[in-house]
Design a protein around this ligand. Sequence first.
Ligand code: ZN
Length: 133
Amino acid sequence: MLKIEHLGIAVKQLNNSIPLFEQLLNTPCYKTEEVASEGVSTAFFQTGGAKIELLEATNEASPIAKFIAKKGEGIHHIAFEVENIEAEMKRLQALGFELLNEIPKNGADNKLVCFLHPKTTNGVLVELCQEKR
Ligand code: ZN
């Protein structure tokens, strides 16, 4: 793993949370992007080393809608940047970590992503991400 690339935070409404995080971080949101396949709208902030990704559900079936219904707003996942996502997925799978997707998916912010099931990672939803080349 190269570094923590971003922290994902589930929010009810980007309209409310973008200005809140702009104030909190004292930096403007530099990008918003919908990932239709995941049922989310995202908003990104730069904070030194790692980014903050806000996630709002765009439909009821979205994993973010389910997360908020169960736990409320808050930290949703940690994303680690990797050099070669397929190699890292193989390495972790061989060690017994459960992958939520067997092949890398298109994520926001020009990334290939894979999530690890929280039941195999001490309750933390982990995202692997690799810059698309
Ligand atoms: Zn993420």
